[in-house]
Design a protein around this ligand. Structure first.
Ligand code: SF4
Length: 289
């Protein structure tokens, strides 16, 4: 099992970091477009929004969380709308990112932490992610992938072999609600969850509780059933479920980007409502925070 409740500060939905300080970026002017695309295809180069050093969120211990740019979903509550377009990220070489990972090896070892790839959607850039995960494993660093699972088919088996933990966002329990929340289909996420269990990759299921959007009891029950089914494929897979109360911290970002934010009047769920939803997951025998 991973770290117990004592270290837990149940994260509200994570916001991307402030920038790329300390990680070299490639001067786009210096490399012509076709060379850059070839480097991206091979995974040498990625489009990265920012990174942060965090503790007790994004996986166990102290983590270097790297936010990749680009996402195929359009969640109404997206907390990182500035990561949605891959073209808005900064070009970063995998080897430069890994040099930063290497610098924190001692911190990771002391805290049981490691590297977390987040976004945006990491699996928009599978070759880059695979290269970084491989490099991190070579350094002996614990690896975590934070994903919606919608592009799970992009993850090769080799990539999953280099992934110790997946933070799997199940954003809704049925196709209709999932489409309303994200604009896309739920089925790929569920397929990916089963595959993770079959390949013995540990999973933390995440569910964002949004009043009036995802808090319908039937929807909550369906998400809990999906999580329980992943666990049933291989008991011990779902190490925990995190029910994350919706917050308004991203509202300003949406405004800055000139995008219409539909949840401007949505309140956070009450602590009692959040706890009641956690109990639904617990009723399936799932460790839930
Ligand atoms: S999966 Fe949803 S919440 Fe996450 S970055 Fe994409 S649009 Fe935003």
């Amino acid at each position: 099992m991973t770290a117990g409740p004592a270290v837990l500060d149940t994260p509200s939905r994570r916001r991307a970091g402030a920038g790329l300080r300390g990680i070299a970026t490639v001067d786009a002017q210096e490399v012509d477009r076709s060379a850059r695309l070839a480097q991206m295809r091979s995974g040498e180069l990625g489009s990265v929004h920012s990174w942060e050093l965090v503790t007790a969120v994004d996986g166990p211990g102290t983590r270097l969380t790297v936010f990749l740019s680009g996402c195929p979903l359009r969640c109404l509550y997206c907390h990182n709308p500035d990561t949605l377009a891959m073209k808005d990220g900064e070009p970063v070489l995998a080897e430069d990112l890994l040099a930063r990972v290497a610098r924190y090896r001692r911190v990771f070892a002391a805290t049981g932490g490691g590297l977390t790839l987040s976004g945006g959607e990491v699996l928009m850039q599978p070759a880059f992610a695979a290269r970084v995960l491989r490099g991190a494993k070579r350094l002996g660093v614990h690896t975590t992938l934070d994903t919606s699972g919608f592009l799970g088919a992009n993850a090769t088996d080799a990539m999953l072999d280099d992934t110790d933990l997946v933070l799997l966002d199940i954003k809704a329990g049925d196709e209709e609600t999932y489409r309303r929340v994200t604009g896309r289909s739920l089925a790929p996420t569920l397929r990916f969850g089963r595959r993770l269990a079959e390949r013995q990759v540990k999973v933390w299921v995440r569910f964002v509780l949004v009043p009036g959007l995802t808090d319908d009891p039937a929807n909550v029950a369906a998400v809990a059933s999906h999580a329980a089914r992943i666990e049933a494929v291989r008991p011990g897979t779902v190490e925990r479920v995190e029910v994350l109360p919706f917050h308004q911290m991203a509202r300003d970002k949406w405004a800055e980007l000139g995008r219409t934010y539909e949840l401007g009047d949505t309140p956070p769920p009450t602590p009692a409502a959040t706890e009641a939803v956690r109990d639904v997951f617990r009723a399936h025998g799932l460790t839930t925070y």
